[in-house]
Write a protein that binds this ligand. Structure first.
Ligand SMILES: *Cc1c(COP(=O)(O)O)cnc(C)c1O
Length: 393
């Protein structure tokens, strides 16, 4: 396969001014990242600072309810509460090894911005995070977190003042200062080498699952399930198992409300081929190629595209993709809270919901692993009016 392509998807559909920093990054990815020194240093950071390996945990109560083994890969237990930090620690360390003192990022809901600001603080890098002005107001709490961590948060006032405008601003800032700045992309999206770089930093999730499952259950999982926004937690757990054809790989997209005519974030299930943020992939667009607004109850899945490697895995048939609606995710969220004492992120709740909705077609005794990509504390503001509106104060 051509470098940077997954089946027909991927590539580098970018303005010429972006090619020099992309080429420099590709070289660093190929020379620095695989070196023993880099891997040892990153391994220690992930162990001592992030808290890896994250537990692989068999849910006692739900496994009994369902008649098969439900295992959770507990990325919610990482420092900062989600899988995103695996990638930002990797890219921040790479920034240092490339001799650059500054890291920038774009963020929508703020989770990737916080994870980048965290890694930057820890590794003593200057950090600037671009965020649409609408989002800085909606997510004021995360703006304060980034500022506490020493990052400069720049509110982007152009366009719809949301994620895509923040992305454009970050790209412009990278072009302007590529000598001293690394642009930290937050998922397996954008132009090559980013989808590969982010996947490689997240693939520790799947490597740990293989080892833990072998030790704790004596074999490989039968089914692996992960939610797909940009697709980084899913690629992180899938990658190790792509050659293991006995393992069924299931990506779960956010179907939104499910009402006819309403927007969703199900870019593989419902999208068509097009170019978004520098790569050819599946995305939600109108017939004349305008990107459609996306919607999901979970901010982290609310993205009109998906990583090109997922489009490729869908095309080849190696992985399957399904959608789950807001109300199903909300119900799975509550079930995991009540039955297992774990408050999951609304994103991760989509993966749990797919398992619950398909329980009758999963063979008894199967080993099903759900990537629990993050914890749900951040979602209290969303679930509160939905779940407690009948309670009089
Ligand atoms: C950001 C986020 C996601 C979605 O991003 P991917 O790149 O698809 O993994 C999923 N879960 C959580 C908890 C997140 O914060």
């Amino acid at each position: 396969m051509r470098k940077g392509y997954y089946e027909m998807y991927g590539g580098q559909f970018v303005p010429e001014l972006l090619m020099p920093p992309l080429l420099e990054l590709e070289q660093a990815m190929e020379l620095i990242v695989p070196s023993r020194q880099f891997q040892e240093e990153l391994g220690l950071l992930l162990r001592d600072y992030v808290g890896r390996p994250s537990a692989l945990y068999k849910c006692p109560n739900l496994s009994k309810d369902l008649g098969f083994e439900l295992w959770l890969k507990r990325e919610d237990l990482n420092h900062t509460g989600a899988h995103k930090v695996n990638n930002t620690m990797g890219q921040a360390l790479l920034t240092k090894r490339m001799g650059k003192p500054r890291i920038i990022a774009e963020t929508g809901a703020g989770q990737h911005g916080v994870a980048t600001a965290t890694a930057a603080a820890m590794l003593d890098l200057e950090c600037e995070v671009f965020m649409g002005a609408v989002d800085t107001e909606r997510q004021a709490h995360n703006v304060r977190r980034m500022q506490l961590l020493g990052a400069k948060v720049t509110a982007v006032q152009t366009g719809t003042k949301t994620l895509k405008d923040a992305t454009n601003a970050a790209l412009r800032a990278w072009i302007a200062r590529q000598q001293d700045t690394h642009y930290c992309v937050g998922s397996v999206v954008s132009a090559h080498p980013f989808p590969q770089l982010v996947r490689d930093f997240q693939s520790i999730i799947g490597r740990e699952v293989r080892k833990q499952m072998t030790e704790q259950a004596g074999g490989l999982p039968d089914i692996i399930v992960a939610c797909v926004g940009g697709g980084s937690n899913a690629m992180g757990i899938f990658h190790e198992f792509v050659p293991e054809t006995s393992v069924r790989l299931v990506g779960v997209e956010a179907g939104g409300t499910g009402e006819p005519g309403c927007y969703s974030s199900a870019s593989i299930c419902k999208g068509t081929n097009g170019v978004l943020h520098g790569s050819l992939t599946k995305l939600l667009q109108t017939e004349d190629g305008q990107i459609e607004p996306s919607h999901s109850i979970s901010a982290g899945l609310d993205y009109p595209g998906t990583g090109p490697e997922h489009a490729g895995l869908h095309e080849s048939g190696r992985a399957e993709y399904h959608q789950v609606y807001d109300h199903q995710a909300l119900e799975a969220f509550q079930i995991l809270c009540r039955r297992e004492g774990i408050i999951p992120a609304l994103e991760s709740s989509h993966a749990v919901a797919w398992v619950l909705a398909n329980k009758d077609s999963i063979a008894p005794g199967s080993r099903v692993v759900v990537n629990l990509s993050g914890r749900g504390d951040k979602d209290m503001g969303i679930v509160e009016p939905l779940l407690f509106n009948d309670v009089e104060a």
